[in-house]
Design a protein. Structure first.
Length: 439
């Protein structure tokens, strides 16, 4: 405890870090306030007891509401959240595999990254132009007629533009947090939205258990199990497999003398939380194209988050995206080339292509159990619901919610620790090496 207090004092001693943290908190407050600003022309007093409130309390619609921090169920200007941006990112990354123009942009470094970001924004607007009217159609179906103070085509067009502007403003907030704050802005915004729903979920579960026989003891068991899942998720995010690499201190002719051994840490889950976010975004597409009506044929099947087909497809997508994203961010050829340039080699493996093939084979082997474990964590909420846990609270038993919270917290703490270590302060751990994640 004494060390923790001292570390917090050190954080606020560093002027730049202090400003970044305060700036991040202020922008997050702006986002949270915006989540309660109802779209113009809608009576907010008729929302709380409407069908919309019931619709967004459970199921896939409840999950979508959680990602938006409750804005979806509030008919807020931020109702669509950042999921359209996530969907656009998925499409652009897939195009980067198939289309040479986007492949070239991905290899152009910082300038290519800026171009890809611009394309992502354009595609986000296109997706919003489709999702906005679909969301308004759902509002007309779920809210009483008296809730709409204005009506007609012009009202729907205006509200669509408001929804587009709301999501683009959230993206701007995320970029500002990334550039001038602490942590990854978009990830922090998603995490804050999820955490904001935790008190409501816990209260709903507490009420349900108190009213049942032996419910309080069951609640304690649930909280213990949630803690164990939380610890297992941290282990998944931080787990590594180390490859020994021998570096030569001196090279005379073709002989190496006085070598020093180091390790390349390959993460068991190098893709971190991105596969589960990508998979979740794709699982929501049928619902979006059905104008958020979960009773329509194909959408009905894939809106039942406790159903077999939803969870089977969801788990398969997580495994596929884990391999896909790992292949994008881990480049064995580049690692082998850098190792060769610095006079390093893996004992028993020839430098060059053989080293790249060896690293690739190790990554493939350790990614398989990592992806399967990630898929199991992804479908845990469905299992919790089947066992009788309240739907809102069950979302925190793994799935996208828990992984995002763990991943984003570790990433943010890692950045804070980097600032501390650069200024010769103790880090957040005794070793000063907190493992985080990157996007």
């Amino acid at each position: 405890m004494k060390k923790l207090i001292e570390t917090i004092k050190n954080i606020f001693k560093i002027e730049e870090l202090r400003k970044r943290i305060v700036y991040t908190i202020l922008l997050i407050l702006v986002y949270r306030l915006g989540s309660f600003v109802v779209m113009p022309g809608i009576d907010p007093s008729l929302i709380a007891n409407s069908d919309l409130a019931a619709q967004t309390s459970e199921g896939l619609m409840g999950l979508l509401n959680m990602f938006s921090g409750g804005a979806f169920g509030n008919a807020s200007i931020f109702a669509l959240g950042v999921m359209p941006y996530i969907s656009a990112s998925i499409v652009l990354q897939l195009l980067g595999i198939m289309i040479p123009y986007f492949q070239k942009m991905q290899r152009e470094g910082e300038s290519g990254r800026r171009k890809m970001n611009q394309w992502t924004r354009y595609l986000t607007i296109v997706i919003l132009a489709l999702q906005g009217p679909a969301y308004l159609t759902n509002l007309h179906a779920q809210l009483p007629e008296a809730a709409f103070l204005l009506k007609g085509f012009s009202f729907n067009l205006f509200c669509t533009l408001v929804l587009i502007g709301g999501t683009m403003f959230i993206m701007w907030l995320g970029e500002r947090i990334t550039d001038r704050g602490i942590g990854n802005g978009i990830s922090l915004i998603i995490m804050i939205g999820i955490v904001a729903r935790l008190p409501f979920a816990l209260a709903a579960e507490f009420t349900q258990r108190v009213n049942a026989s032996g419910g309080f003891l069951m609640l304690i068991v649930e909280l213990i199990f949630l803690f164990l899942v939380f610890v297992a998720t941290i282990a998944l995010v931080q787990g590594t497999r180390k490859i020994p690499v021998q570096y030569a201190k001196r090279i005379i002719g073709n002989k190496q003398y006085g070598g020093v051994r180091q390790y390349i840490p390959l993460k068991i889950n190098a893709a971190n939380v991105m596969p589960i976010i990508f998979a979740q975004a794709l699982m929501m597409l049928p619902l979006i194209f059905a104008s958020f009506d979960a009773t329509r044929g194909f959408a009905a099947t894939f809106s039942n988050i406790k159903g077999f087909w939803y969870n089977a497809v969801f788990a398969l997508l997580i495994i596929i995206f884990t391999y896909f994203y790992t292949a994008v961010i881990v480049n064995p050829n580049m690692m082998a080339e850098e190792m060769k340039k610095n006079g390093g080699f893996i004992p028993g493996v020839k430098p060059g292509k053989k080293t790249a093939d060896y690293i690739d084979s190790v990554m493939s082997r350790i990614t398989l159990p990592g992806s399967i474990f990630l898929a199991i964590v992804g479908i845990l909420p469905a299992l919790a619901m089947i066992l009788g846990i309240n739907n809102q609270f069950a979302q925190f038993y793994g799935g996208t919610s828990l992984l995002i919270i763990v991943g984003v917290v570790l990433d943010t703490l890692q950045q804070i620790e980097s600032h501390l270590l650069m200024r010769h302060y103790d880090g957040l751990t005794k070793t000063g090496r907190l493992k985080g994640r990157s996007y």
